[in-house]
Design a protein around this ligand. Structure first.
Ligand code: URP
Ligand code: ZN
Ligand code: ZN
Length: 464
């Protein structure tokens, strides 16, 4: 007989409700929600007194073990998912990358090999398509049948990941035929490359130039173009890592017109700014820690993004976790900001940071659950298996202590990277216990199970 566990004494939070109940789990699933104290006495009891109980976080945008910028992201599926679990995330969706000229299946096999037997928590994949000749347009259906139901296309990184508009449009039309979702890196990369060339020719090499050569206008026009192409193809579109106010306005306008435009932002765009890219007066290169794409924006963007989250114009907060160490990795760009590998660590600190949004009245507790778990589950075809505290759902649950003070310093975190992005920041609210398919994976900051137990999640279609 499989083991029963009861979470007792907590307050359950979902995307819509808040209520007092004990949560019974068995066989990896939630089997009942009962009046406090009425659960089976012979079951293992997990104390949630004074805590909230909500669905495990779903991080819909991570890059583990990813070759990029002449190096490889420093977390692999073992270290990255371990860090994720410490932060209250129980499912990630990572990106497989098609080699130019290669098949999508080759990319999927490669990413299965990277994850298999290493992940601590469950995982799925999106497919980055870098080349869509007729054979790969056909192949997209086989990838969807494998449970990879979303594709990321790039308007940025010419010569590496960028797809031209015809290929993007063909990809969108095909996605419409096979019920897949197109997600878009919506920055117009061709003019950006010219700005980069000019800046370097003028001797402007410091990390701040990463932001100054990727202006908001590039993201605005990319977002507008992505939405217009999706409108012409009559398909939904999901804009990844939206950072700019002007890009958000394009999404709002599209949604007001009734288009199925979705967008995610990331904690770094809500908490950090362009100023962080300036580094310190002693060493401007310290700003390399904050080089990610799209770049960090001026501080006054924060309030607009928070409002977008509150008003449902932004649906998801994912991390775009793509860590590189300063030593040997970010350092590749000491003489040229264009050679700094793009990306930041964040897989472990998403829930801590967003709970600050709850504490300071920027979003409600229910909205917190929605943007960190329920909405990504629905958009990426994991709902109601994931993203929900309800009978029959996977028992992916966080017991969250809203009173714990926790500093986001490097020594408190598990991401395999040699710096912390928010080293001085003390938050109030942290996961006490993190449960994946009914098993306690982290309890009071201690890892309880070995990595390798995480399972690949076949995903379905956009839930609407
Ligand atoms: O800086 C970033 N975002 N690195 C990862 C690649 C991407 O575009 O998502
Ligand atoms: Zn991207
Ligand atoms: Zn990314």
């Amino acid at each position: 007989m499989s083991k029963k566990t009861v979470i007792t004494g907590g307050t359950v939070l979902t995307a819509s409700d808040e209520f007092v109940a004990d949560v019974i789990m068995e066989g990896g699933r939630i089997t009942a929600l009962v009046q406090p104290g009425t659960g089976p006495k012979d079951a293992e009891q997990l104390d949630a007194k004074g805590c909230y109980v909500f669905p495990g976080g779903i991080d819909a945008h991570t890059h583990l073990d990813m070759p990029f910028g002449g190096t490889t992201s420093s977390d692999d599926f073992e270290t990255g998912t371990t860090a994720a679990a410490h932060g209250g995330t129980t499912t990630i969706i990572d990106f497989a990358i098609q080699q130019k000229g290669g098949t999508l299946k080759q990319a999927l096999d490669t990413w299965h090999q990277k994850a298999e037997g290493k992940a601590l928590i469950d995982y799925g994949f999106h497919m980055i398509a870098t080349d869509l000749p007729p054979a790969q347009l056909t192949e997209m259906k086989a990838i969807v049948d494998e449970g990879v139901t979303s594709f990321k296309l790039f308007m940025a990184y010419p010569g590496v990941l960028l797809l031209d508009d015809q290929s993007i449009f063909r990809g969108m039309l095909r996605a419409g035929e096979i019920d897949a979702l197109i997600t878009m890196h919506a920055e117009s990369g061709l003019p950006i490359d010219i700005l980069v060339e000019r800046a370097l020719a003028e001797g402007k090499t410091a990390p701040i130039w990463h932001a100054l050569t990727r202006p908001e206008a590039a993201e605005q026009t990319g977002t507008e173009r992505a939405i217009a192409l999706a409108e012409m193809a009559n398909v939904p579109v999901y804009i990844v890592h939206l950072s700019a106010r002007r890009a958000l306005e394009r999404v709002m306008e599209a949604r007001d017109r009734g288009l199925h435009a979705y967008a995610e932002t990331c904690p770094q765009y809500l908490f950090l700014s362009e100023d962080d890219l300036r580094g310190t007066p002693e060493d401007p290169f310290e700003g390399a820690k904050y080089v990610c794409t799209p770049p960090l924006r001026p501080k006054d963007t924060h309030e607009h993004l928070w409002r977008g989250l509150r008003n449902y114009d932004l649906q998801v907060v994912a991390t775009d976790h793509c860590p590189f160490c300063m030593k040997d990795q970010k350092e590749l760009g000491r003489g040229s900001f264009a050679k700094i590998p793009n990306g930041m660590p964040g897989i472990e600190t998403r829930l801590h940071l967003l709970w600050e949004g709850v504490r300071t009245g920027k979003i409600s507790k229910n909205r917190f659950v929605e943007i960190t778990s329920t909405a990504p589950a629905k958009i990426f075809g994991l709902y109601p298996r994931k993203g929900s505290i309800s009978v029959g759902s996977d028992a992916d649950v966080v017991i969250w202590d809203p009173n714990e003070r926790f500093t986001l310093s490097q020594e408190n975190l598990h991401m395999r990277v040699d710096y912390a992005a928010y080293p001085q920041k003390t938050v109030i609210g942290a996961p006490r216990t993190v449960i994946s398919r009914g098993e306690v994976v982290v309890d009071r900051h201690q890892q309880k199970l070995k990595s390798g137990r995480g399972r690949f999640q076949k995903r379905g279609r956009l839930w609407s």
